[in-house]
Design a protein around this ligand. Structure first.
Ligand code: HEC
Length: 189
């Protein structure tokens, strides 16, 4: 390396150092802005109005199934069908779910004396002629939409779980009002 080359290398080093130092300035402001549009982008603050795109009218979230019987309990009772049969696995799962979600108010047998009562108003018995005559769809509707003091469980219990709970409510009802054939079968058992 001759003298001129050495001077050049030193000079280059000095320039690199100066550039490096200028980068270390305050963090608030960028130094050399070579693409201004990226530095000053029209970014929205979190939760700021206009920050989220307004979804087009009638759009629904992915995987969301709209419930068409809002405010129409009778129609729900007529149109909705329980997709499950009386199978052991369905009833056992229904029992677990009933005891998790319904038991606190409706009691272990559906008579209405759950542990939160009577501090929380006691719900009517699920063994009434009225509820026994309801279709599965009508009970499903009550779980989905709630009823007066009973809140909606749509956000906590999946539709298929609601149907299994309804099946278990039927088990409770039948156990409370067994037919002669049920009693005969039980005696044999
Ligand atoms: C927070 C307490 C609470 C929970 C939990 C609850 N319910 Fe209820 N439920 C009530 C009350 C209170 C009523 C009476 C509402 C009214 O006055 O119409 C009721 C009413 C009902 C009725 C209608 C009874 C009738 O005679 O009109 C059905 C069916 C029912 N509930 C089923 C269920 C099922 C199934 C679950 C579990 C998924 C459940 N409920 C969870 C409090 C509850």
């Amino acid at each position: 390396m001759n003298k001129r080359q050495a001077t050049f290398v030193k000079g280059l080093g000095a320039i690199v150092m100066v550039l490096g130092l200028t980068q270390c300035g305050g963090r608030e402001k960028p130094n050399f802005i070579y693409m201004p549009d990226m530095v000053y982008s029209p970014a929205f603050k979190a939760q700021e109005k206009g920050g989220m795109r307004t979804p087009p009218e009638h759009s629904i979230p992915r995987g969301f199934t709209p419930y068409p019987y809002r405010g129409l309990p009778e129609t729900a009772g007529e149109k909705l069908r329980n997709p499950y049969q009386n199978e052991r696995a369905v009833l056992m799962r229904g029992k677990v779910l009933y005891q998790r979600f319904c038991y606190p108010c409706h009691g272990v047998r559906g008579e209405g004396m759950g542990p939160v009562t009577p501090k929380y108003p006691m719900p009517p018995s699920l063994h009434s002629t009225k509820v026994r005559n309801w279709t599965d769809g009508r009970i499903f509707h009550t779980i989905t939409m709630g009823q007066n003091l009973m809140p909606s469980y749509a956000s906590q219990i999946l539709p298929e779980q609601r149907w299994k709970i309804v099946k278990y409510v039927r088990v409770l009802q039948r156990a409370n009002n067994p037919t002669a054939a049920d009693i005969k079968a039980l005696e044999k058992w």
